[in-house]
Design a protein. Structure first.
Length: 389
């Protein structure tokens, strides 16, 4: 599979010049290892998943690190988190600031707990999501951004089916003591049908016959393994009664479409899920733009109890907020801008810019005026809307 340049590469190389450890988290098969190997071709590589390798590391971690040498890529370190303590000691003794240990992990919460305990101030930490529209023209709403199904679209359905099976049997069981994977699979399908909606745990728990705390735990697992992201409501006091629950989105729209049984764009546009799937795709593109720029992911939505709703509010530098509406329809009418125009009036102390993202990048190249103060943009213009200049 040919390497596709990743926007995060420049940030990784910059961090490698100032930190002894660089850590890259992200969903399985997002391309973490491939990116490290491309950026640091002189580094040796060790996958920490084989039972024999794990046993060797656990029995004599010092000998393992001696044999591995530096620079070294340690892949999927969440399987042996105790190794972080030994890397910390060596990082402290190394003296220099150039990177010697390149670490990947697919379970962010568990890995970050070990990092916070062992590597504070010693490691630069990044997240890699699947490919974005800005990185590959092959990325679409139905295909998503995982590199392997994009490279072999004819077998994408097999890849996603295998991915879910591997995810259930390896990651889910590694994090939780879930016994009934069939119920968890039903939970995945049910959550897919509610993607883009305000999260209602009760509505999910009742049909599955599980408790609300169980649903919360399972959503936490999906967040930990970066399969979904929760977008919380905008928190400012604007004198309105606001919705307080988060919305849930899948990180990859290709995986979401697979769970919904959608195989083509024509099927998607005929389905009742077209709007939520496209909205989630835009949410993921916003997150990727922030992460690839080396900044913290920060996305909100707005909805009050009077029915005013804006899909996304994205704070940027200088008290600037970007308002974004996602519209899956082929024709975007000027009245799509009305909710943002109304909300901007309540955000008077902020600098605001408002955009509507249309479905086809070819239809609306760049940015065009849609209404006073609101521009219509293509998917591949999200980065420039968030970070102009």
């Amino acid at each position: 599979m040919a390497y596709i340049p990743r926007l995060l590469a420049a940030e990784l190389k910059r961090a490698a010049g100032g930190f002894p450890v660089v850590i890259l988290t992200g969903p399985r098969r997002a391309g973490k290892t491939f990116l490290f190997q491309h950026c640091f071709p002189r580094a040796s590589y060790h996958l920490l998943e084989d039972p024999d390798v794990i046993a060797r590391v656990q029995s004599d971690p010092r000998a393992f690190l001696d044999e591995a040498g530096t620079p070294v890529i340690l892949d999927e370190i969440q399987n042996v988190p105790e190794l972080l303590n030994y890397i910390r000691s060596r990082a402290d003794r190394s003296g220099g600031r150039s990177c010697k240990w390149l670490i990947t992990g697919s379970q962010e919460a568990g890995l970050m707990k070990g990092v916070s305990e062992s590597m504070a101030g010693r490691a630069a930490i990044f997240q890699l999501l699947p490919l974005s529209v800005a990185e590959s023209r092959k990325v679409t709403v139905v295909r998503g951004g995982f590199p392997e199904p994009l490279a072999s679209p004819a077998t994408a359905d097999i890849w996603f089916r295998s991915y879910i099976q591997t995810y259930l049997e390896r990651d889910v069981r590694a994090i939780s003591s879930i016994r009934n994977l069939a119920t968890f699979r039903r939970f995945l399908a049910m959550l897919a049908s509610r993607a883009g909606q305000v999260l209602n745990r009760t509505e999910i728990a009742a049909p599955l016959g599980v408790s609300i705390p169980t649903v919360s735990e399972w959503i936490g697992i999906l967040e930990t393994t970066m399969q979904v992201m929760l977008v919380h409501p905008f928190y400012e006091n604007l004198g309105k009664r606001l919705i307080k629950s988060p919305k849930v989105y899948f990180t990859d729209s290709g995986l979401l479409c697979h769970l919904l049984g959608i195989k083509t764009e024509a099927e998607l546009m005929k389905s009742p899920f077209a709007g939520p799937v496209f909205e989630g795709f835009v949410a993921a593109e916003i997150a990727k733009a922030q992460i690839n720029a080396g900044i913290r992911r920060e996305i909100y939505f707005f909805r009050d109890r009077q029915g005013l709703e804006v899909d996304f509010l994205v704070p940027t530098a200088g008290r600037r907020i970007v308002l974004i509406e996602a519209k899956a329809s082929l024709s975007v009418r000027p009245d799509a801008a009305i909710p943002m125009i109304r909300l901007v009036r309540a955000l008077g102390r902020y600098k605001t810019e408002s955009f509507v993202v249309g479905r086809h990048s070819g239809d609306h190249p760049g940015m065009t005026a849609l209404a006073p103060g609101v521009r219509l943009i293509s998917l591949d213009s999200i980065d420039s809307a968030l970070f102009p200049g």
